[in-house]
Design a protein. Structure first.
Length: 291
């Protein structure tokens, strides 16, 4: 199936899928507020308190070994202040989506669990790139990396058979990108679908753009510091580190991204080496479940 307007097809998939499993209302509202410049902690605290499970998760996060506090934090308001609003947003979003990714899937090429691990690896890689190379805290980079393939989650619910055909072709045809396979078979691709769902959720424009552009061929050196470029580079780092979306497929970067990685290959090799430990730290926060 090839359509004339992949963007319209992406919008159609998102709008017509009534049973799509997406973010709960509380998670959407928390993420929207936490992304605002002048967000009120009190208002966000009120939203978090509406979900007892979320309260438990936030307290567990702040008291985890990741933060290494001497004295446990028992107040949700103090926990939010200590974690930071964007880290809270990331926790809420990732925790809300995790149940979908870990479900079993017996397809030989498409695995929800591998998609989850790939997303965590790209998120952590993007955060390392943002912090080490560009001096940014990297919370937006983590979320952009974690959600860069969220369009695949939507396609898996809306057009599961067509998605598996697309991934299957991509797995065996080294001359085609996943986007090309999706465009031919589905009529759109996960980058455009991801942009549509992120817009529906009210995510910041920078994150929406990163989801839409993480496969674009970049030719302007000034774009390398942008979130889309960081996510694109992070995906390659994650693939090389052993966390590809499809087993055995590592797409080589192109354009100025290829030149940039070559020029800073020592820095990126260190990132590859450090990524496993960072993923272990993220796993302790984002995958551990309490009763």
């Amino acid at each position: 199936m090839t359509v004339e307007n992949p963007t319209s097809r992406a919008q159609e998939i998102v709008e017509n899928l009534e049973d799509i499993r997406t973010l709960p209302d509380v998670a959407i509202r928390v993420s929207q507020l936490a992304s605002q410049e002048n967000a009120e902690v009190r208002r966000i605290e009120e939203l978090v308190r509406m979900d007892p499970v979320l309260v438990s998760r936030v307290l567990r996060m702040v008291n985890s070994a990741y933060f290494g506090l001497r004295n446990p934090v028992e107040s949700i308001s103090k926990a939010i202040i200590f974690i930071g609003l964007k880290n809270l947003r990331n926790l809420v979003v990732v925790d809300s989506l995790r149940g979908f990714f870990v479900e079993e899937d017996d397809d030989p090429h498409f695995s929800r669990r591998r998609l989850w691990r790939h997303g965590v690896a790209v998120g952590m890689s993007a955060q390392l790139i943002a912090s080490r190379l560009y001096g940014s805290p990297g919370e937006d980079a983590f979320l952009g990396g974690m959600l860069h393939d969220i369009g695949l989650m939507v396609e898996d619910q809306a057009v599961p058979d067509l998605l598996r055909q697309s991934v299957g072709r991509y797995a065996v045809d080294e001359n085609q990108t996943l986007q090309q396979c999706e465009n031919d078979i589905i009529g759109t691709n996960h980058a455009l679908v991801g942009e549509c769902i992120a817009e529906r959720w009210g995510f910041p424009e920078e994150i929406r753009d990163a989801l839409a552009s993480h496969h674009d061929v970049l030719r302007d050196w000034s774009t390398l510091a942008g979130l889309g470029a960081q996510v694109q580079i992070a995906e390659y780092v994650a693939d090389v580190a052993g966390y590809p979306l499809v087993e055995g497929r590592i797409d080589l970067p192109s354009g100025i991204v290829e030149s940039h990685i070559y020029e800073r290959q020592e820095d990126y090799q260190i990132l590859v080496d450090d990524l496993h430990g960072q993923i272990d730290r993220a796993t302790a926060i984002y995958e551990e479940r309490g009763e």
